[in-house]
Design a protein. Structure first.
Length: 315
């Protein structure tokens, strides 16, 4: 595999957890092409929001060699980074390098003018400030991440995991992304948006959770998982199931099942030689024709083209 240079740009006041996400996911592994570098305004050290300093391995000049640049969140996000940082990001953007932000890292990318005219996201608590400081962009407050091609943004903190796994999935396929997700004990794909995580009134102590029902459903994707059957397993009414499911995942049971089935189909396309009709049956997508239609609507390509691009890439 051709090497893929990932530069994590740590600006002054970087949030340690945001920084840790890409360094963990894009760390060197035998089945990935990623080479990771943490760089900053200088090649010496950068302060973190937690009060300790972080040693760096490269300065801003490293960004010119990047295939992907990831900008973690930072504490004083209302203050633009040093002009040298903004200039380096602007040059990278003009060169077509893929640039992604985690949480308030979007403020640094916006300060370079790279988010102008785009719909982006950031931590829900910082969304108003981002629109106020950079009125040329629009913030979607209800998504975990947004992929604009060469510019990607994510919501707060752990949404950075979703974004980084999404990039791995695009680069190397679902099987490799799923392996990394298992390694870091994270969900390979989360549905819904960050509205799920905004503080609301506390539920009653007797509140029902559908976690066990979703786990049960994932083991039975090849079966007829009707809403009544899901409600029966959860021991709730149809109305309660739909309400709780959307509350906990941000999407309807039908959409959640479709996404789970497409994800299973992607992995089988990558890791087996099963025919499309066989995969459709195993994933609960019915006929091969239905799977092809659903796959194109969701992934944007055909199962055959997807298999051609991703089968055995991780090997």
């Amino acid at each position: 595999m051709n090497r893929h240079q990932v530069m994590v740009l740590a600006v002054d006041g970087v949030l340690p957890m945001d920084l840790g996400i890409p360094t963990q996911i894009f760390n060197t592994r035998p089945n990935t092409p990623y080479e990771l570098t943490v760089c900053g305004d200088t090649q010496e050290a950068v302060s973190t929001s937690a009060g300790f300093t972080l040693g760096l391995t490269a300065g801003l000049e490293a960004l010119a060699d990047a295939d992907t640049i990831i900008v973690p969140g930072f504490e004083d996000f209302r203050r633009p980074p040093h002009p040298r940082v903004r200039a380096a990001l602007k040059l990278a953007g003009r060169a077509g390098i893929r640039i992604a932000s985690i949480c308030t890292g979007a403020f640094a990318v916006a300060s370079a003018g790279l988010l102008d005219g785009r719909t982006v996201t950031t931590h829900w608590a910082s969304a108003d400030a981002l629109e106020e400081l950079y009125p040329q962009l629009r913030v979607d407050r209800n998504v975990l991440y947004i992929d604009n091609g060469t510019v990607l943004t994510s919501a707060g903190v752990t949404a950075g995991i979703d974004l980084c796994l999404h990039m791995v999935r695009k680069d190397l396929g679902a099987a490799v992304a799923n392996d990394i997700a298992r390694e870091i004990v994270a969900a390979p794909h989360r549905d819904g948006g960050q509205a799920q995580y905004i503080a609301r009134s506390l539920p009653t102590p007797q509140a029902t959770t559908l976690t066990e029902t979703r786990t049960w459903a994932l083991r039975r994707l090849d079966e007829d998982l009707s809403i009544p059957r899901l409600a029966d397993h959860a021991g709730v009414s149809l109305r309660s199931l739909t309400r709780l499911w959307r509350q906990e995942t941000g999407v309807s049971p039908h959409q959640w099942l479709l996404t789970a089935r497409i994800n299973r189909a992607r992995e089988l396309l990558e890791t087996t030689d099963l025919q499309v009709e066989q995969i459709a049956t195993r994933c609960g997508l019915g006929s091969g024709a239905n799977m092809r239609a659903r796959f194109r609507d969701t992934v944007g390509t055909t199962p055959t083209a997807y298999r051609r691009a991703f089968q055995h890439q991780g090997g």
